[in-house]
Structure formats: structure tokens, C-alpha cells
Write a protein of this length. Structure first.
Ligand code: AHR
Length: 547
């Protein structure tokens, strides 16, 4: 979505697109009749932003709290299969169609010895895990994760311990996973019952190494050299790997952007991508507790992507390198209530309930906004991971007998179901509202005004299907979006749903599991110009066949 500076630019866009549509020809509707001008979007098949990589819509599974144990793995449970995997959770994640899953952490990875989690289960040690102060039995490890990934139909994205770990251990890990046979570590994998190599392609070179909370945290140049050294050796073992350097963990650390520049100055030639992380919340410091400001936070994510991309391009320019790095936004979500203190301290227990954030309607609307941002930035962001997938800051939550879909499940599920093919470069024009305020954290709410309607679209060249993802940030009123398709014609509305409600703080519970759930959205007749009526406080998806 490109928001145009003024109406003149929009009209120029109309003319440039060869359109005969005059401003007066936009269809009137309820919202317009009430004095709110509709937002307008021009879509052209010929104008796309990027071919999206499905990995953009991945997720994350860490050895943290109840994510693994009682989340995906619970031997002894009636819900477990022969390998101890929770069948209900497996079916949910398989049903979602998550394309890539990051594992095993997170902060956890920076103290992890991958060797503890492979081989006969009765020989695996129970260790005191120091990122979350929990007991780790290692009953679930790399091979178990790979088995689970194959069942779920997702691609593994593994992380190295570059905190307390060494390049030597990282290289051994790749050899264990990806070399066929005839070497120390590949033969060990075979001994463990896995003849065929796992062929893991995507790897994270550590986790949040800029963070003072991280085990083994170090200055940027030191990390950059460690990443470079590891990457060089890894490429000898498996030249086909795609390696992701640790970028800044958030936008508030004083090292933000400088870290990324210095790291890349050390390892640009050896890596393929760099990571971004951020978590968002409707807090006094970030939004002043104001939901209309909160719902604009995906635009902060968008700025972060642009800033990190600019650093990558700066280093590329200085090095005169032909290689352009891609971005891996491999941790993003709302996370602000179940944070710090007892929420993050496992108190030496096994599978303690940590970071169990309860999500409400407004969180789900913002998650929709993040999906829109990721789609719009798909040219640069190749990998994205919703953090996380089950029990820990997650769309899915388990109890002993079932699995619950939290509110944020729905926008994420829609993106996985409908976003396909090319992301369109929509020309969008619409009314805005102010969000600036004094006294907020300086890295958020940096726009003076933001649009009420936030829209992203994909068009699948194979099937010709168009998917529209629309956030209406107006808390009070319905808004309209007039879509003008220039070089293709909508022929049939295949699906049209919205997530909305009167109580922005409503959440699903095991007793009331569908309090926040999609409902049908009245769709207009398919035509070159369509007017969508978007309920106040809503995120909607419309899936349309086109010719
Ligand atoms: O996802 C929870 C934690 O947030 C991760 O372990 C860490 O990487 C981040 O700080």
C-alpha cells in the first residue's frame, strides 16, 4: 500500500494508470453519506511489489514454558500419538499451513547444547535451563522436532548457540543435520536412527546477541566476527545453507542500527539475511493506552523494516557487493501483559506456565495490521515468524483436554490461507487521523497522522485469485473502501469475513472459545469497481476470483 501525499498525486496515479475514473464516479455509501470519504485503492496486475515467499508467514517454537512440553509434546496424554506429539496441536498447526518454524529459541538457544537433545531418550540429561530458569529434560530435541515438522508439513529453521556455544559446536550441528554419512557427526545421526540427512536450509546465527539479557551477549564487532567465522566453516560443511545474522533485537536499545551496521561490516559477505525482532503493546509508554494509536503500530514495524534495509544497503554500497541481503523478521507479536517477573521465571520447574499472554480483539486487529505490513514489505522480508505458536505468546493454547484458538489466530490463519502469489502495489488514498503525543517512547508512534484504512492485497497469477486484507482503524464508525481493478476483473467473491466486535478487550477462553471469531462480511457484487463496507474496529479478508 502506498499512501499518497495528497489528492493531486492520487489523481495523477489514476491518469497514469490510464483510468477514466473521475473522482465523482466513486460509489456513494453509508459512511460517505455520513460525511466520511471512502478510502480508495487502485489495483493493477501489472503493478506488483513482490513475489511473496511463503516463509514470510512462518512461526516460532522455543523451549520455553509450556511451548514444547504440554504444547506440542506430551507423552502419556490421551491426545498424544505414538511419538508423544499432541495430535490436536499438530492438526491445528498443520491446518494452518505454517510454512517455516523457527526452533529451538529464542533466548533458550544461547545456552543450549544440541547434543543433550539427541540420541536415546533415557540417556538425555535433565539440565537447569538458564534463560528462563526452568528444568529442561531434553526429551524433545532436534530429531524430534524434525519428525514433528515433517508431520506438520513445515520447514525447520534452526538456530545456533552463539552465546555460550562455539563455532565448532555450530558446525558440528550442521554436519549432524545435513551431511549424508561417513563423518563423525553424520554417522552419529545415523546411529540415532536417522539415515537420511535432514537437509535444513535456513539457520539463525545466534539469537539477540545485542541484548544485555542474552547469555553470551557481546559487542557488535565481536559478534560479527564470530558469525563470520561460524558461517565460513558452515559453508564448507554445507554450501547450500542460508544464514541469518542477528540484527537488533528491538528499536529501543541504544545500539539500534549501529549494531546492524557494525555486525554487517564484519560478516556481510558470509551471510544471506539479517534478523529483526519486535514486540508491541497497548501500554502507557508505547501508546498512552490509546487503542487508535495502538492499531497503527504495524506502521512502526514498517519503518523498522525500512531502516534495517537501509543499513543493509549502506553496507552493500560501501563494500561494492553485488549481493543484496534479505530480512528475517523472525520474532514479532503483541507481548506486554505476561512479561517480566514471575511470567518469565520458571523457578526451576519443568514446563512452567511462562509468557502466557491472553489476546483480545484489539490485539487481533493489530496482528492483521502486521500481516499487511509484512505483505507490503515482501520484496525485502523473505522470512517472518509470528512469535510464538503454542502456549507462549501464542495463537494456540492447550489445556489437558483441548486446544484453544486465541483471537490472534484468525488474522494469521487468513494470511496463510489466502495470501498467495504477488503482493500488489496498491495506490491508496484515504482519510487519516493524528496519533502524535508527547511523552511516549520515542521509537513508536512517530507518524503525525495515519490512515483509517490499511489495505494489502495479493494476486495469484496461477489461479487469478485476489486476496484483500483490510484493517479499519476507525474505532467509532464504519469506513468504506472503493477498490478499482484496472487490468483484471473480479468475477466471484469466494470468501468474505471480518473480525470485529463492540468489546475491544474481549478474549476467548476455554469456556467461551468463540467470543472473538470471524463473522461473514457482506460483500459487494463482483465488478471492476467494488465498495467494501468495513465495520468499525475491524480486520477483514475478501477472497475474489478474477478474470
Ligand atoms: O519470544 C520470547 C523471547 O523474546 C525470545 O526468547 C527472545 O528471543 C525474545 O527476547
Amino acid at each position: 500500500m502506498r499512501h499518497l501525499r495528497d489528492r493531486r498525486e492520487f489523481m495523477a496515479g489514476l491518469a497514469g494508470a490510464g483510468g477514466a475514473l473521475a473522482a465523482g464516479s466513486w460509489l456513494p455509501g453509508t459512511a460517505q453519506a455520513q460525511g466520511r470519504a471512502p478510502a480508495r485503492a487502485i489495483a493493477q496486475r501489472a503493478r506488483s511489489r513482490a513475489e511473496m515467499d511463503r516463509r514470510l508467514l512462518g512461526a516460532f517454537l522455543e523451549h520455553l514454558g509450556r511451548a514444547i512440553y504440554t504444547g506440542v509434546y506430551e507423552p502419556g496424554s490421551k491426545l498424544a500419538d505414538g511419538k508423544g506429539f499432541r495430535r490436536d496441536v499438530l492438526a491445528e498447526i498443520k491446518g494452518l499451513g505454517v510454512p517455516i518454524m523457527r526452533y529451538p529459541g529464542g533466548n533458550f538457544v544461547s545456552g543450549y547444547n544440541w547434543l543433550d537433545g539427541v540420541g536415546p531418550k533415557d540417556k538425555r540429561p535433565t539440565v537447569l535451563e538458564r534463560a528462563w530458569n526452568s528444568l529442561e529434560t531434553n526429551q524433545f530435541g532436534t530429531n524430534d522436532f524434525i519428525d514433528w515438522c515433517r508431520l506438520v508439513g513445515t520447514e525447520p529453521l534452526l538456530g545456533f548457540n552463539l552465546g555460550t556455544g562455539t563455532p565448532e559446536q555450530a558446525v558440528a550441528y550442521v554436519e549432524y543435520c545435513n551431511v549424508d554419512k561417513g563423518t563423525k557427526w553424520s554417522d552419529l545421526r545415523r546411529e540415532h536412527g536417522y539415515e537420511a540427512p535432514h537437509n535444513v536450509k535456513y539457520w539463525c546465527l545466534g539469537n539477540e546477541m545485542d541484548g544485555p539479557w542474552q547469555m553470551g551477549t557481546m559487542p557488535a564487532r565481536e559478534y560479527g566476527r564470530k558469525a563470520r567465522d561460524s558461517a565460513r566453516q558452515i559453508r564448507v560443511v554445507d554450501p547450500t545453507t542460508q544464514l541469518i545474522a542477528c540484527g537488533s533485537s528491538n528499536t529501543i536499545l541504544p545500539t539500534y542500527l549501529v549494531w546492524d551496521r557494525e555486525v554487517l561490516e564484519e560478516c556481510y559477505d558470509q551471510v544471506d539475511g539479517i534478523s529483526l525482532h519486535n514486540y508491541y503493546g497497548n501500554t502507557p509508554a508505547l501508546t498512552g493506552g490509546d487503542t487508535s494509536r495502538y492499531l497503527a503500530m504495524n506502521l512502526d514495524m514498517e519503518r523498522q523494516i525500512q531502516e534495517i534495509a537501509a543499513v543493509c544497503d549502506y553496507v552493500q554500497g560501501v563494500r561494492k557487493s553485488p549481493k543484496r541481503l534479505w530480512l528475517s523478521f523472525d520474532e514479532w507479536n503483541v507481548w506486554y501483559r505476561a512479561r517480566g517477573g514471575t511470567f518469565s521465571n520458571g523457578q526451576r520447574k519443568f514446563a512452567p506456565p511462562l509468557l502466557e499472554e491472553v489476546y483480545n480483539l484489539e490485539d487481533a486487529l493489530l496482528i492483521g495490521g502486521f500481516v499487511n505490513t509484512l505483505l507490503r514489505q515482501a520484496r525485502r522480508v523473505r522470512v517472518g515468524c509470528l512469535a510464538q505458536i503454542v502456549n507462549v505468546i501464542a495463537p494456540l493454547v492447550t489445556n489437558e483436554t483441548s486446544v484453544l484458538r486465541q483471537s490472534i489466530y484468525y488474522p494469521y490463519a487468513w494470511s496463510l490461507k489466502y495470501a498467495r502469489g504477488r503482493v500488489l502495489d496498491l495506490l491508496v488514498d484515504g482519510e487519516t487521523y493524528p496519533i502524535k503525543a508527547a511523552g511516549l517512547r520515542p521509537d513508536f508512534a512517530r507518524d503525525d497522522v495515519v490512515p483509517y484504512v490499511d489495505v494489502a492485497a495479493t494476486l495469484d497469477p496461477g489461479s487469478g485469485q485476489l486476496a484483500l486484507f483490510i484493517l479499519n482503524r476507525d474505532l467509532q464508525a464504519e469506513r468504506e473502501l472503493v477498490l478499482d481493478c484496472r487490468d483484471f476483473t473480479p468475477t466471484r467473491v469466494l470468501a468474505s469475513e471480518t473480525l470485529t466486535g463492540t468489546d475491544l478487550k474481549a478474549s476467548n477462553t476455554f469456556d467461551r472459545p468463540t467470543l472473538v471469531a470471524p463473522r461473514p462480511l457482506e460483500a459487494p457484487r463482483p465488478a471492476s469497481t467494488m465498495t467494501f463496507k468495513l465495520p468499525a474496529r475491524s480486520y477483514s479478508v475478501v477472497h475474489i476470483a478474477t478474470s
